[in-house]
Design a protein around this ligand. Structure first.
Ligand code: F6R
Length: 243
């Protein structure tokens, strides 16, 4: 794993955006795997800023997001579709039909999971996957205990994850209890992975990621077996390591 140590959230976001912009330039028809949550907001902001002042185009880019809450439609303010529209899609020239997220309101959720896997396969897999990390080591919404060989599936969100994400909802009760998430195997098959971590709250998770056992009890640990992962972390996130 390559590790880029930075001093701040701002610098982490700038480094991540630079890598994404480079990859899009190299391969205009790239498939980007995208994440939501607090961590990548700064990265998306930098992409939008760059788009405004450079000749960058996303016309041929396709995106697949990691996850979506079950029960929230794409126009729900807390849905991940809405998050992506607000933070990135509506600010750049990516065609809407090239942006994919699981449908959390699909009538047949099992079929929706299969459709999502098929979609990723038809695209030839993810070229560059952006990831955040949960304090419990989750990637996507793959909570501890999820099999490493999992594909897109339905997951019961842990109470700690719902609590962490309740900052975006009016109440804890309104945070959905389930989500559809890309599986660990699907994430692992991405050709390149960019993992971002910022702040003291992530320090224990980053310590376990780098020094702990590779185990399904800590989903992100599988990334140590991947040949093309870059971790961009600030000093606070790295503060439990010797780095
Ligand atoms: C989001 C996702 C999650 C988050 C993780 C960290 O699509 O899949 O794994 O990356 O929960 O969230 P933040 O960035 O809010 O700390």
């Amino acid at each position: 794993m390559d590790i880029i140590k930075v001093t701040s959230y701002e610098e982490m976001s700038a480094e991540a955006a630079k890598i994404i912009i480079d990859r899009v330039k190299e391969t205009p028809s790239i498939t980007l795997g995208l994440a939501t949550g607090g961590t990548p907001i700064g990265t998306y902001k930098k992409l939008v800023e760059d788009y405004g002042k450079s000749a960058a185009t996303y016309q041929h880019v396709s995106t697949v997001n990691l996850d979506e809450y079950i029960g929230l439609s794409g126009d729900h303010p807390q849905s991940y579709r809405m998050y992506m529209e607000n933070h990135l899609f509506k600010h750049i020239d990516i065609p809407a039909h090239q942006t994919y997220l699981p449908d959390g309101t699909a009538e047949n959720l099992m079929k929706e999971c299969q459709r999502y896997d098929q979609l990723i396969e038809n695209m030839g897999g993810v070229d560059l996957q952006l990831l955040g990390i949960g304090q419990n080591g989750h990637i996507g919404f793959n909570e501890p205990g999820t099999p490493f060989n999992s594909r897109t599936h339905i997951i019961d969100l842990m109470e700690s994850t719902r609590k962490a994400n309740s900052r975006y909802f009016p109440t804890l009760e309104s945070v959905p209890e389930q989500a559809i998430t890309m599986g660990i195997q699907s994430i692992f098959e991405s050709k390149e992975i960019l993992l971002l971590a910022s702040g003291q709250k992530k320090a224990e998770a980053i310590y376990k990621l780098l020094e702990g056992k590779i185990s399904e009890d800590f989903p992100a640990s599988i990334l140590r077996n991947h040949l093309n992962v870059t971790l961009i972390a600030d000093a606070a996130a790295l503060s439990h390591t010797d780095l």
